[in-house]
Design a protein around this ligand. Sequence first.
Ligand code: SDX
Length: 430
Amino acid sequence: MAERSDSLTVTDNRTGKTFELPIKDGAVTGMEFRQMKTSEDDFGLMVYDPAFKNTAACRSEITYIDGEKGVLEHRGYPIEQLAEESSFLEVAQLLINGELPSKEEHAAFTQEVTTHTFVHENMKKFIEGFRYDANPMSMLISSVAALSSFYPEAGDVSDPASRRAQMIRLLAKVPTLAAFAYRHTQGLPYVYPRNDLSYPANFLSMVFNINEPDYKPHPVLERAFDVLFILHADHEQNCSTTAMRGVGSSHADPYTALSAAASALYGPLHGGANRMVLYMLERIGTKDNIPNFVEKVKKKEELLMGFGHRVYRNYDPRARIIKKLAHQVFEITGVNPLLEIAVELERIALEDEYFVERKLYPNVDFYSGLIYQAMKFPIDFYPVLFAIGRTAGWLAQWREMLEDKEQKIARPRQLYVGNSTRDYVPMDKR
Ligand code: SDX
């Protein structure tokens, strides 16, 4: 038996040449294929992978997912333990800095975030420029980008101190902008951030407080939001993180890059799915209508929103935690009547061969919307809630990309399959 080595032996049958490609971290470097040419002026081979289904764009130490086993870990810590034991700000610190903070480090970080929650007063006028019925996600995306104009020094992404300052500002201000967008759509006055409340409690106060000077959310709802922010914090190289890394790789400032990431998240196939789940459940209306809806899904006339995942071929561990959390919230808010349709839909989907063979399980978006609706958030606000939690992950990934010596401006290649060279035809000759 030939001695085994961490390499790929490739023979280019067009030339008969053989190449040894090293395998590292379970991958072969794409540039290795460029040496495979049929002539000196041949560009060399590329690797074609639409939607990057099997392409690693970076090395990362932040999040590990095992899609087959339904495993999710942040810096090695299982999501189940973080959801049970940690807080969102502590997880944000873990994602960005790589280690769980000491008591003093966490107190200092919390103090910094807490004292940066205000936004420039002009941002209120900016938000007031939207109609009352503007989608809050488009308001968040625009106002995060607008923040860039208040911090011109953020453009110096090579300065670690400036990077850190902007990360603190974004973690602190995104909830404020989100809450202001909500209050604008409701025709309510803005509620300013309060330094005496926790991160989740301050967010709920800015959203729901109606003139109560010492407003405090129910502790179960405060903890539920801390856990929901943790569960949405990061998920390795998903579509919106890819946007954050891509825009950030041109050295655009982090406000602009995060606005692009939030734009990608807005899509109904990504973070916009949580609102689509509720629209879907409302359209189904009753448990009796489920079989008919499932038939439409099989005919590809409908998508089962909140199901399926590019990586998970098992139950999304976050969905399992959110499903449990929903019952705790419903003890306070009353059960969401759509829950029984969701539970029955999940039962059918987990038994039905069509979904089983495609390994379609509930993902993070399937149950989260039921909690948000029970807490009286408007359906169109749900992707905004996703974006608040994911801000921590986007920032951690952005920092890692900038500090990664192997990275440079993202610029994929293409396979040109268009027209070959041809002469221009004057209009009267066409
Ligand atoms: C998030 O990447 C991340 O990590 C994302 C995320 C994060 O934390 O950042 O986890 C958050 O975005 C979760 C996903 C939320 N989106 C939805 O719930 C929308 C519904 N889901 C689908 O659109 C879909 O499952 C995707 C987009 C999530 C994944 O799509 P893929 O990997 O491209 O899978 P696919 O489209 O190739 O589907 C494979 C098969 C197809 O059937 P066949 O062509 O083989 O017959 O499964 C079918 C699809 O038609 N399928 C579905 C389905 N998802 C896939 N059929 C019905 N309903 C679905 N939801």
